[in-house]
Ligand binder design. Structure first.
Ligand code: E4P
Length: 223
């Protein structure tokens, strides 16, 4: 399973990359705004230079021609850029054309398995079902991801399932159990994944015992 960071914050990306477990980054207009990016294209370029993996950058046009124009510009920024296109009719048309041009796409704002089926038929590189936002409206977000994984396996679609809008480690665990190809998550969730209180307690005890062992050994040598 690949781990992507869902952020446009350069410091967070730098820190996650330094752990050696970062496979890519997803951004969206909200995250770009939050990061206070001065120049969108320049910011995406900087992210691409920090991570050895795919970096999703989203179009904001909602018409076919506009999406194609923005997508081609975004794809020129860096070879790692994957263009995020919303799952609307014009977006599906754009994905089909961009795929034929060799531009990789991440079909975003997916909330149902049938939407995901359409995106795969258009040739999207990634599909992003948003689990957390479905949970927010009392739907079962992870169930949708499970269904998407199953449908893609049934037909051998190459589109990769990018579990998105993950809000806590249990979302990541469930996505991994379901066989999602990628989990994109906020920096805090990625850090939570490696935490366990028993690890901290265990380490503290080992270090104390090691210290006691060294002192006892020194006592024997000086006696
Ligand atoms: C994915 O690509 C989206 O940027 C993201 O996962 C949305 O998450 P949110 O619902 O927490 O905003």
């Amino acid at each position: 399973m690949k781990f992507f960071l869902d952020t446009a914050d350069l410091d967070e990306i730098r820190e996650a990359a330094s752990l050696g477990i970062l496979d890519g980054v997803t951004t969206n207009p909200t995250l770009i705004r939050k990061a206070g990016a001065r120049d969108f294209h320049e910011h995406i370029y900087q992210i691409c230079e920090l991570v050895e993996g795919d970096v999703s950058a989203e179009v904001t046009a909602t018409d076919y021609e506009g999406m194609l124009r923005e997508a081609r510009e975004l794809a020129r920024i860096h070879e790692r850029v994957v263009v995020k296109i919303p799952l609307i009719a014009e977006g599906i048309r754009a994905i089909k054309t961009l795929t034929e041009e060799g531009i990789r796409t991440n079909c975003t704002l997916c909330f149902s398995p049938t939407q995901a089926l359409v995106a795969a038929k258009a040739g999207a590189t990634y599909i992003s079902p948003f689990a957390g936002r479905l949970d927010d409206v009392s739907s079962d977000g992870m169930r949708v991801i499970e269904q998407v994984v199953k449908i893609y396996r049934n037909y051998g679609f190459k589109t990769r399932v990018l579990a998105a809008s993950l809000r806590h480690p249990m979302h990541v665990l469930e996505a991994a159990l379901m066989g999602a190809d990628v989990a994109t998550m906020p920096f805090g969730v990625m850090m939570q994944l490696l935490k366990h209180p028993l690890t901290d307690v265990g380490l503290e005890r080992f270090l104390k015992d090691w210290e006691a062992y060294l002192q006892a050994k020194q006592g024997v040598q000086t006696a």
